[in-house]
Design a protein around this ligand. Structure first.
Ligand SMILES: C[S@@+](CC[C@H](N)C(=O)[O-])C[C@H]1O[C@@H](n2cnc3c(N)ncnc32)[C@H](O)[C@@H]1O
Length: 215
């Protein structure tokens, strides 16, 4: 099982404030994440719009803004968007579902998806990636991250808030195959060990491109 829409929103509604306190400065302590975000920014460039999907409390969106990108954070949980908008007024945020984006086809230059596929079931990967592929323009880039493994971790007191969530771990090859089925290519997989401050799981970061000329 994975968490449904309503359980995700209910859980992050409860956990949004402690989540923001815990993670808002996390990039300060994650040099590889900063390096890969810089690489992402260089590929996208300043002229094309960028979405940070499942943006949570908005710190990665604000980081993209600080790198000169025209970034909008999108999250399903209104409380997360409220916190993000309050904390980072220099960035844009909106409530939305990354599985059914309001954006026009081929209108987006880059999509960042840090740790937001973690509540999907494996069979939801291809339709979700197909939606991201739809909104990306020619040569558009996706950078996503997730915990490596094959288990579903059930948490029933997330961040000491009584929030209940399932976290799905994925194998890199499984995510790579789903990206290719959805039409992405130039798939570049990076794996890192957890930092001391993180949950002790290995992490996968994947760059993937929408090929030029793809519809
Ligand atoms: C583990 S948090 C990651 C937050 C942030 N990206 C980070 O790296 O800290 C997962 C976030 O994804 C959001 N989310 C889950 N499913 C979503 C969906 N279908 N559309 C948009 N956001 C979603 C949740 O509300 C939550 O804020």
């Amino acid at each position: 099982m994975s968490s449904t829409f309503s359980t995700v929103v209910a859980a992050y509604d409860l956990a949004a404030e402690p989540y923001a306190r815990k993670f808002v400065d996390e990039l300060d302590h994650k040099p590889l994440d900063r390096e890969w975000l810089k690489e992402f920014a260089a590929i996208v460039g300043a002229d094309r719009p960028v979405l940070d999907i499942g943006c949570g409390p908005g710190h990665t969106t604000a980081h993209l803004t600080s790198l000169g990108l025209s970034a909008t954070g999108v999250d399903l949980t209104p409380k997360m968007i409220e916190i993000a908008s309050r904390t980072f007024p220099q960035s844009r945020f909106e409530v939305g579902d990354f599985g059914a984006l309001r954006h026009e086809s081929s209108s987006i230059g880059g999509i960042l998806a840090f740790y937001c596929i973690v509540h999907l079931t494996p069979d939801q990967l291809v339709p979700t990636f197909a939606e991201l592929h739809r909104v990306l323009g020619d040569g558009g880039v996706l950078l996503l991250s997730f915990h490596i493994g094959s288990e579903v971790k059930h948490v029933d007191n997330f961040l000491d808030t009584n929030a209940v969530l399932d976290f799905t771990f994925f194998e890199p090859s499984q995510v790579e195959a789903a990206l290719m089925t959805a039409g992405f290519d130039n798939i570049d997989i990076r794996i890192r060990a957890p930092y001391d401050t993180e949950h002790p799981s290995r992490r996968c970061y994947i760059f993937a491109l929408k090929p030029k000329g793809a519809t």
